[in-house]
Design a protein around this ligand. Structure first.
Ligand code: MOS
Length: 695
């Protein structure tokens, strides 16, 4: 190291606390429903009570007669929107109803209570049409989507799959199912909208992507770029459900336009089960062929999943299967069932979480049939290059994760004894998630007092994005971290990608680094001799990202679970889970640990508890609340132990980081079902592991 490098501060790699942590715990942080409180009135969304049909009458008189009700917004008086890609956003435009809970009106009241009372009094009549809400692999009208989300191909095939299965010594051929899963972030979706002029609006929204909401909202109202400014300073979680503009944004803007004053639309917990998307249920057939020595001869992964009548949302459930293990023959397919349900959307590791459950569960069954250790079976099928593209991996330390995880977990030690009716089992599964990056821009500005303002329309959804970007900026500016003020959470800041696909730190960190480096160059050029207050630099990463060499960039992990299963009651407990990950350089160990533990917690919840149910008779969700839709609470979670390798990867971004938001949920459920099988010999292939399935 040179002397200059030794002097240089290194904020990246240190366990800083969240910048806004104190504001949040003392209640000083303001969320989307907490702006313009004095002037804003409240909109209460009225959802359709039928699953499919036509509205024949909206009688607003009874609602309007409720004291405090200002007006009722419905398709008869709503502003006509310009079409946008997401048909879920084309609310209150006509009399059609495509699913139970679809917004059909918004009652606007001076208070939330008045709006709710007005909504209860509103009378709407429907012509009901036959509907269907249950996913079936035997749906005669299954659709082949044009492509999957994010542009992935629907079907891929290479090698001779049938021959691969025929010459295999052992074949696993099983169907795996995952249910509807709901995002349910702690802060329900909320929007406060205000029209500042006929063609200018300000929106406070709980979103993972203020730039996207700004663009889409402007487009929907036929306005130019920048016409809608979106602020989202603090966001109480999203898990994908706030990844794009949601109907609450459009409804708040429509309502504010109708009554010509600011309107806040807050979703109730129940509404979040209908209106913001959910993880599609899946039916997955997985076939694995292998030689007696445990080398895969074929991998076949065929998924049936659902979408709505409004649009084809085609989740990339089998995408990770294309990249995970070596096999001479492979086929991955996706089919969609269009049902009379809300459109699914992203939920933490959309695609990977359910897809890897099926494939990793099948790998465990294969290991059992072959009499091989499941860790060794995975290692035996490690590819040299990406099996799908043939590209080199930028780095791949999956084997190291398996070996190190096994060591830390004590995989080779004898399994603990159970007591009484409790049996103990252990399971392992692999994790992977792509290391995505998206174009973003950032601005860095020098102040006369030696401090810096760094701005980017990033979203901190509770992950600590603001904090890690401040660390990255401090290092790039070569100053102590307390000299940097980080500004995120507004579309008025330099345009940036959303907090999604575990790409935030990588994408925004690159832009922040470049803007900071360029500002340093400028400051060096002026030599500090002239007044430099306000000197700034702005960088956009679009060009450098497209110039990146083609490589397969993925993060990896291995998860080990100990489960206790009660042979009398069927209860399953997970006293211990351990994850070892290879995620590039960790920018902030405190926040990274939190993300990985959070992901694994959600994975345990997916394995043991979560299950959204749709009622075939009424076409409605049955369990749209926290009493009936079970989510893991503290008492459900034992010790979660998270480790990571010291992974160096120079082919990623200036920080050398891979995303960590989603990989923690990938693989957990398969490790749990493997452990349950190890304990009591029961294979559970449809999640969640309910006690009636165990017995
Ligand atoms: Mo995440 S589901 O990509 O917000």
């Amino acid at each position: 190291m040179t002397r200059a490098e030794l002097r240089r501060p290194h904020a990246v790699g240190s366990a800083y606390e969240r910048v806004e942590g104190r504001d949040k715990v003392v209640g000083a942080a303001r969320y989307a429903a907490e702006f313009v409180r004095d002037e804003a009135c409240h909109g209460w969304i009225v959802g359709s009570t039928v699953a499919r049909g036509r509205i024949t009458e909206v009688d607003t008189a009874t609602a309007a007669a409720v004291p405090g009700v200002i007006d009722v917004l419905w398709h008869g008086n709503a502003h006509r929107l310009t079409e946008v890609d997401d048909a879920e956003l084309m609310v209150l435009q006509d009399d059609r109803v495509q699913y139970h809970g679809r917004p059909v009106a918004v009652v606007i009241g001076r208070t939330l209570e008045a709006a709710r009372a007005g909504a209860a009094a509103l009378r709407i009549d429907y012509d009901v049409e036959p509907f269907h809400v249950q996913l079936s692999a035997h749906d005669p009208d299954l659709v082949v989507p044009d492509e999957l989300n994010a542009g992935f191909p629907t079907d891929t095939e290479s090698g001779d799959v049938e021959a691969g299965l025929t010459r295999a010594d052992v074949v696993v051929d099983q169907e795996y199912r995952t249910p509807h899963l709901h995002n349910v972030p702690m802060e329900p979706h909320a929007t406060t909208a205000r029209w500042d002029a006929a063609d200018q609006a300000t929106v406070y929204d709980s979103t993972q992507n203020s730039s996207e909401v700004s663009r889409t909202a402007a487009q929907a109202f036929g306005l130019g770029a920048g016409a809608v400014t979106v602020h989202s300073e603090h966001v109480g979680g999203g898990f994908g459900s706030k990844g794009t503009t949601r109907p609450n944004v459009i409804l708040a803007l429509l309502a504010a336009r109708l009554v010509d004053r600011p309107v806040t639309v807050t979703l109730t917990r129940e509404m979040t089960f209908h209106l913001v998307g959910y993880r599609t249920p899946t039916i997955q057939r997985v076939r694995l062929g292998a030689t007696a020595a445990g080398r895969l001869t074929a991998i076949v992964h065929e998924t049936v999943e659902q979408s709505s009548r409004l649009l084809d949302f085609a989740e990339q459930t089998g995408e990770s299967t294309r990249h995970m293990y070596a096999a001479p023959a492979r086929r991955v397919t996706h089919r969609l069932s269009r049902l009379d349900v809300p459109t699914p959307r992203w939920l933490r590791a959309p695609g990977e979480a359910p897809g890897m459950f099926a494939v990793e569960a099948a790998m465990d069954e294969l290991a059992e049939q072959l009499g091989l250790d499941p860790v060794e079976l995975r290692i035996a099928n490690e590819p040299e290059t990406d099996p799908d593209s043939g590209l080199r991996f930028s780095s791949r330390h999956y084997v190291e994760c398996l070996r190190e995880g096994a060591r830390l977990f004590g995989w080779s030690r004898p399994r603990p004894q159970g007591t009484g009716p409790w049996r103990v089992g252990r399971g392992v599964a692999g994790s992977t998630y792509p290391a995505y990056q998206q174009p973003s821009s950032a601005r860095a500005t020098a102040r006369a007092d030696g401090t810096f303002d760094v701005e980017i329309a990033a979203a901190d959804i509770g992950t600590g994005a603001r904090t890690v970007l401040r660390q990255i900026a401090a290092d790039a500016l070569q100053v102590p971290i307390d000299r940097v003020r980080m500004h995120v959470g507004s579309s008025a800041l330099p345009q940036a990608s959303g907090a999604g696909g575990s790409s935030g730190t990588a994408s925004w960190g690159r832009a922040v680094t470049r803007a900071s480096e360029q500002l340093c160059d400028r400051l060096t050029a002026v030599g500090g001799a002239v007044p430099f207050d306000g000197l700034s630099a702005e960088a956009d990463t679009t060009d450098e990202l497209s110039a990146q060499p083609a490589l397969a960039r993925f993060a990896y992990g291995a998860q080990f679970v100990e489960a206790r299963v009660n042979t009398i009651t069927g209860e399953v407990r997970v006293p211990r889970a351990l994850g070892t990950f290879a995620v590039g350089r960790v920018v902030n160990p405190r926040l990274a640990r939190s993300q990985l533990i959070g992901g694994m917690t959600m994975g345990l919840s997916m394995a043991l508890l979560e299950e959204g149910r749709w009622d075939p008779a009424f076409g409605d969700t049955v369990n749209d609340n926290f009493a009936d839709y079970h989510i893991a609470a503290n008492a459900d979670i034992g010790d979660i132990d998270v480790h990571w390798l010291d992974e160096q990867d120079d082919h990623l971004n200036p920080m050398g980081s891979k995303g960590i938001g989603e990989i923690g949920i990938v693989g957990t459920a398969a490790a749990v079902t493997a452990a349950v099988h190890d304990a009591v010999g029961v294979r559970i292939r449809d999640l969640p592991v309910r006690l009636d399935k165990v017995l």
